[in-house]
Design a protein around this ligand. Structure first.
Ligand code: SAM
Ligand code: DTB
Ligand code: SF4
Length: 326
């Protein structure tokens, strides 16, 4: 196995391609070997103690027509998340100012839509312009996008668009039936074509097997160029959702997935995303050792809890980690 994975004598292509089998073999390595390889890849592209900081805001919550099995915002679920309208621009900018004051470099705005309507996109474009004028990087996640909508967001100054593949092509139909894997790839192509940075990752702990995790990472690593940002979420198990009673994820399996993502997409920022609230400091430290170099910061993700800022500040101080200057 180690022979098949020893690429040290091979000149890496501009966008390295890893097969599903190679990624599976990586995740099955003894942990010290896997972490060593992830650290080696990480240090070739990044300062190993620096972490990129993003803060999330749900600008339009709940009532979503899609049936994503994990999501508390789906109208197919009874999770107790009330539906609300698209927020006012000034309210969003106030939240962005607070996030900036707390130290966030990027402000990520999420909407529970299948895809944005054009009149809603005008307001989101104004939000992007406003957040940019605060000197922050901008990211939005609004569902499926057409090429002309991506171009509209680009002209508003959008830096990143988040749209996840979520899982492997094979497991996908067990989780979502209202949009296809190809729909997601088409949106990612529109975002890339518009010249916006791609933020694309998935969720671990939805009942998928190791081969599905390898399939997700191999599909991400086949995107050319690789996504600039790769969020790896651990399922937040929300009561009332289809996946609310799923077996809890073993944190070491999460660490292995992060390490494999780091090795397969060495120059991408890998975000330790949803699920930190239930991870111990030690498990999070392992995620950073495995090559995670970004987090969501602030007490809320979109609708669920994230660690309090004080806990993250204490963790960073304990580990000697610092915020990456953008
Ligand atoms: N509605 C848009 C869409 O789906 O493209 C944007 C918002 S959606 C909430 C963004 C991402 O959040 C999803 O693709 C999924 O990866 C992640 N997510 C949602 N619920 C989650 C949960 N319970 N645990 C972990 N990740 C979750
Ligand atoms: C991503 O990959 N994770 C974030 C962000 N992109 C939009 C969302 C996580 C949502 C977790 C469930 C919730 O808070 O509603
Ligand atoms: Fe809607 Fe996005 Fe949640 Fe799916 S993940 S139900 S598209 S908000």
């Amino acid at each position: 196995m180690s022979v098949a994975l020893d690429r040290s004598s091979v000149v890496a292509p501009a966008t390295p391609q890893w097969t599903r089998e190679e990624i599976l073999a990586l995740m099955e390595l003894p942990l010290p070997e896997l972490i060593y390889r992830a650290q080696t890849a990480h240090r070739q592209h990044f300062a190993p103690t620096e972490v990129q900081i993003s803060t999330l805001l749900s600008i339009k919550t709940g009532g979503c027509p899609e049936d994503c099995g994990y999501c508390p915002q789906s109208a197919h679920h009874d999770s107790g998340v009330p539906a609300s309208k698209l927020m006012d621009i000034e309210e969003v900018l106030e939240a962005a100012r607070r996030a900036r004051a707390a130290g966030a470099q990027r402000f990520c705005m999420g909407a529970a839509w299948r895809s944005p309507k054009d009149h809603d996109l005008d307001r989101v474009a104004a939000m992007v312009e406003g957040v940019k004028s605060l000197g922050m990087e901008t990211c939005v996640t609004l569902g499926m996008l057409r090429p002309d909508q991506a171009a509209r967001l680009k002209s508003a100054g959008l830096d990143y668009y988040n749209h996840n593949l979520d899982t492997s092509p094979e497991f996908y139909g067990d989780i979502i039936t209202t949009r296809t894997y190809q729909d997601r790839l088409d949106t990612l192509a529109a975002v890339r074509e518009a010249g916006i940075n791609v933020c694309c990752g998935g969720i671990i702990g939805m009942g998928e097997d190791l081969d599905d995790r390898a399939g997700l990472l191999a599909t991400l690593a086949r995107l050319d160029p690789h996504p600039e940002s790769v969020p790896i979420n651990a399922l937040v198990r929300v009561a009332g959702t289809k996946l609310g009673d799923t077996e809890p994820l073993d944190p070491i399996d999460f660490v292995r997935t992060i390490a494999a993502a780091r090795i397969a997409m060495p120059a991408s920022t890998v975000r330790l995303s949803a699920g930190r609230e239930t991870l111990t400091d030690e498990a999070q430290a392992l995620c950073f050792l495995a090559g995670a170099n970004s987090i969501f910061y602030g007490e809320k993700l979109l609708t669920t809890k994230n660690p309090e800022a004080e806990r993250d500040n204490a963790l960073f101080a304990k580990l000697g980690m610092t915020r990456r200057e953008s």
